[in-house]
Design a protein around this ligand. Structure first.
Ligand SMILES: [Zn+2]
Length: 144
């Protein structure tokens, strides 16, 4: 059983979400170590040189003082939220596709209605012109 704050060769272990992955500045070996080792001086598992574990971006050294279980909880919760957000984004994307298709259908219907209105307008124009002709004819007949 290895100490959790001792870095291990990356090929030998499964990297956990809480692990810090970094290269040994001495031998360049790819190492991973539990996040609790951040900022600590530790021996490289390969060359044995004493190296400092880097502190991951966004991680404060103060975080190390808080309860590791609580931190892990927060990390897992953040990951769950990320998964949820990804699912929501996926759903929203599908909805956009659906709405776009509906919009295309609406456009087609609108164009068909417009064409129908134009036809009706033309028919009404012809009817009006014919009515005027009839009125004129009656007028000229009565005038005689
Ligand atoms: Zn090394």
């Amino acid at each position: 059983m290895t100490d959790e704050t001792n870095p291990e060769e990356i090929d030998d272990v499964e990297i956990k979400p809480t692990d810090i992955v970094f290269d040994c500045p001495n031998c360049g070996h790819n190492l991973c170590v539990d996040y609790r080792a951040a900022g600590l001086q530790v021996p490289c598992s390969d060359c044995g040189a004493i190296i400092q574990v880097p502190i991951p971006d966004g991680m404060q050294l103060d975080d190390l003082d808080s309860d590791p279980g609580e931190m892990l909880q927060q990390l897992l919760q953040t990951r769950r939220m990320l998964v949820k957000a990804e699912a929501a984004a996926q759903k929203a994307g599908e909805k956009v596709v659906e709405l776009t298709m509906q919009l295309a259908d609406c456009r087609k219907t609108l164009l068909a209605v417009r064409a129908r209105i134009e036809t009706l307008q033309e028919a009404a124009d012809i009817a009006n012109a014919t009515r005027q002709e009839v009125i004129d004819m009656i007028a000229s007949t009565t005038a005689k």
